[in-house]
Design a protein around this ligand. Structure first.
Ligand SMILES: Nc1ncnc2c1ncn2[C@@H]1O[C@H](COP(=O)(O)OP(=O)(O)OP(=O)(O)O)[C@@H](O)[C@H]1O
Ligand SMILES: [Zn+2]
Length: 721
């Protein structure tokens, strides 16, 4: 090639042509450095006919500077990048960026320097050094990462290195990962499990596109089944990608994986240290990484020879990314499998309605595991009607649930209380003047956190200490906490069962792998009597002694204008209920509600999943909602309210008039102020036949907005705030 077209990592420019100097070898997919004005830019060599660019005469082309020493991005991945950009109305470069690791990873292996404590403990220390010594026990990372961990400046750490308190360690960036062993601990599968596993194994061997919906009740052994497919891919020397919805779940997964295959898998997520990131990326690209477990961002990496993708807890909404490229990793995983010609397994006990529909239509092959493993029964589910059995004044746990918890404690069994609300109380107000604490940057109340003694915004992170007096009227000791968060429930448990050993499980308390690991070990070892947690404890865990689950407020998720509220409530409660009675003892679930008549609550109480899906399907069909119709959202925001409104009106005013597309709005978003930006939304409801993305592009591309305005398109939105 003498002339190449590059996808460049510069949002404004996008595509540029360059000259290839003599003696330089490039292929499609090569990652290169090119000159751009006085600077340099990273680019990927792309098929010229697939990207339109300005025609520049040969003589004006500037030469490429360098081809980076990494394998070219494979063709299947380039097609996936194009598909994703097209489907989600995103720029190619923003999608392609997710395929590349750090610049350092692209530059090649070698070594990097990390630091760790030497163990020297001087007699006298500055408070900052003392704090750093405490915080950095057992850690090894770059100075910058350690500074962040210890909340001190890099200067302090450099000083400590100079004083011999920290020592440098050379880290080989390309050191290989230990090899996973498919025969390390082969389980004895039940007949149904074996049939499922054999189907997956055959499919891995075939190396053809095959989407599966693994629909198995909680505790049926879905993991064991797809592990057999992983084993087969390992035997064949192909790579496997397992996507999990949250980093918090990886800890548990790592342990199970290690028990089965003898070594942990390769991790990929946003909080890896830079050296781990480089090592993982390079191993993924070379094919050395056999099994990669990650959050959604692992989906776009340039695997050398992918043989299988698993999306576990595939119904989880966190597979949908809500900033940057607004893609749904579950859906893109299926598309990737198609381009790679491999099987993809979507595993869930509560599949999304969209997935069920695709299975029914024969697009996905449904594999069912209708029973729990080892003869365990699904738990008994009962309703506590809070209108007839209210908790005591100022309390949140109804008497019947209290009694059941006491019984469990007496028998040495575990209980789990679920409330999907972090903090102590969602609203704080002044008893004297009615003042409510609100976030200055967002349309949201500040949530009280008792442990940290702060009022915090869960949207932007704004925090203030809890004041002694009302900031409005100045009255002292007049603030009241309204409503419960998990911290408040934990207080109540301490009051009613003072002798119980409790664990509070939220993203505030379980924010490191160590904390999660410690919790799991304690819960499994019977050192915890009552677990109180948010959605973090609803899935993935297997505690055999856990026999009681209490849902504190089943109505919580049904409030608000979310189009998937009923489905989400169903999934969340069915999942948390699924933690009960997984061992030999039967489980029981009590659901506290004020709306026992609501279809979703009734379906849960009757254990009638089909009834729920049938009712939900009908209401979606009536509303033209997915999977029967499609939604897209346009979110317009600016720090200036008038500017945002004007832009939203301009968009609304030029809305296309198409027979298969209905445009609603603009209207102020429910979160009309978020991180200091004023927000307006338009919602588009389209028939399946509509060319939705094309219509959106034709509509929005000609429009021009002031610099401060952001216009985001959200195709298949999950968030309606
Ligand atoms: N064939 C088997 N042999 C031994 N143990 C098994 C087998 N199948 C499942 N188990 C055990 O049963 C428990 C439940 O299995 P697993 O966690 O895979 O279920 P799951 O379907 O993923 O459940 P959930 O959806 O609730 O997370 C686990 O502890 C698992 O190790
Ligand atoms: Zn805020």
């Amino acid at each position: 090639m003498k002339r190449v077209r590059l996808l460049v990592f510069n949002a404004a420019l996008g595509v540029l042509d360059y000259h290839v100097p003599d003696g330089v070898d490039v292929e499609y997919g090569s990652v290169v450095i090119a000159p751009l004005g006085p600077r340099q830019v990273l680019g990927i060599v792309w098929e010229a006919e697939r990207l339109s660019a300005q025609d520049v005469p040969e003589s004006k082309l500037r030469p490429l500077l360098e081809v980076l020493p990494v394998p070219p991005l494979p063709q299947q991945l380039r097609r996936l990048i194009e598909w994703t950009a097209d489907y989600y109305c995103a720029s190619l470069s923003s999608v392609a960026r997710m395929a590349l690791g750090s610049m350092a990873a692209l530059r090649g292996g070698g070594t990097t320097t990390e630091y760790r404590l030497t163990g020297v403990e001087p007699a006298r220390l500055t408070p900052q050094r003392a704090a750093a010594l405490d915080a950095l026990q057992g850690e090894q990372a770059s100075i910058r990462e350690l500074a962040e961990l210890a909340s001190v400046s890099e200067g302090v750490l450099r000083g400590m290195a100079g004083a011999g308190l920290l020592e440098p360690v050379a880290v080989d960036l390309d050191r290989p990962y230990p090899r996973a062993r498919p025969e390390f601990a082969v389980p004895h599968l039940s007949e149904t499990q074996k049939a499922a596993a054999d189907t997956f194994i055959a499919s891995v061997r075939e190396h053809q596109f095959a989407p599966f919906l693994l629909d198995g009740v909680t505790g049926s052994g879905k993991t064991e089944c797809y592990f057999e497919a992983v084993a087969e891919a390992l035997r064949l020397g192909r790579q496997v990608l397992v996507l999990l919805p949250e980093i918090a779940l990886t800890e548990n997964f790592l342990r199970r994986f290690e028990q089965r295959f003898g070594v942990p898998p390769v991790l990929w997520h946003s909080s890896l240290k830079s050296s781990e990131r480089r090592r993982a990326w390079r191993a993924i690209v070379s094919g050395d990484a056999q099994v990669v477990v990650g959050a959604r961002s692992a989906l776009f990496l340039p695997y050398a020879s992918l043989g299988l993708i698993v999306v576990d807890e595939a119904h989880e909404v966190s597979f949908k990314q809500d900033d940057g490229v607004r893609y749904n990793a579950r859906d893109v995983a299926v598309i990737r499998a198609k381009f790679e010609k491999i099987p993809v397994v979507l595993a869930s006990a509560t599949p999304a309605l969209e997935s069920m529909q695709l299975a029914e239509a024969g697009v996905y092959r449904k594999i069912e595991l209708p029973d729990r493993f080892g003869g365990a029964m699904l738990p008994d589910i009962r309703i506590v009607d809070l209108r007839h059995e209210p908790p005591e004044r100022g309390h949140w746990i109804a008497p019947r649930l209290v009694e059941e918890m006491k019984e469990r404690l007496a028998r040495g069994e575990q209980s789990l209380l679920f409330l999907n609300r972090r903090g102590y109380a969602p609203l704080t107000l002044c008893r004297h003047c009615g003042y409510r604490f609100q976030c200055p940057n967002c349309t949201a109340w500040l949530v009280e956190h008792r442990f940290s003694q702060r009022l915090a915004c869960h949207h932007c992170g704004h925090e203030v200490p809890v004041p002694d007096a009302c900031p409005e009227c100045g009255t002292a000791d007049c603030l009241v906490a309204c409503g419960p968060g998990v911290e408040r429930i934990a207080d109540e448990v301490a009051e009613i069962l003072p002798e119980a050993r409790t664990a509070l499980v939220t993203s505030d308390t379980m924010n490191t792998p160590e904390a999660i690991g410690e919790f799991v070990a304690k819960a499994e070892g019977g050192a915890i009597d009552v677990i109180i947690g948010t959605q973090l404890v609803t899935k993935g865990y297997h505690f055999p002694e856990l026999t009681l689950v209490g849902v504190i407020d089943a109505d919580l998720g049904l409030e608000g204008g979310d189009l998937r509220a009923a489905e989400r409530t169903y999934q969340q409660i069915a999942q948390v209920a699924g933690r009960a009675g997984r061992g030999e003892k039967p489980g029981e679930v009590l659901i506290q509600t004020r709306h026992p008549e609501a279809a979703v609550i009734a379906a849960l109480a009757n254990g009638d999943r089909d009834a729920f899906y049938a009712a939900e399907t009908e209401s979606r069909r009536d509303a033209g909602a997915p999977p029967f119709g499609r939604w897209a959202a346009i979110i317009v925001s600016s720090e200036d309210q008038a500017e945002a409104l004007a832009a939203a009106r301009a968009i609304g005013g030029t809305a296309p008039n198409l027979p298969d597309m209905l445009v609603l709005g603009p209207a102020p978003a429910p979160l009309s102020l978020l991180r200091g930006r004023h927000r307006f939304r338009l919602l588009i409801n389209a028939r399946r036949s509509a060319e939705l993305q094309k219509a959106l592009r034709d509509w929005l591309e000609p429009l021009q907005f002031p610099k401060g305005v952001r216009v985001n398109i959200d195709v298949d939105p999950y968030s309606f705030v």
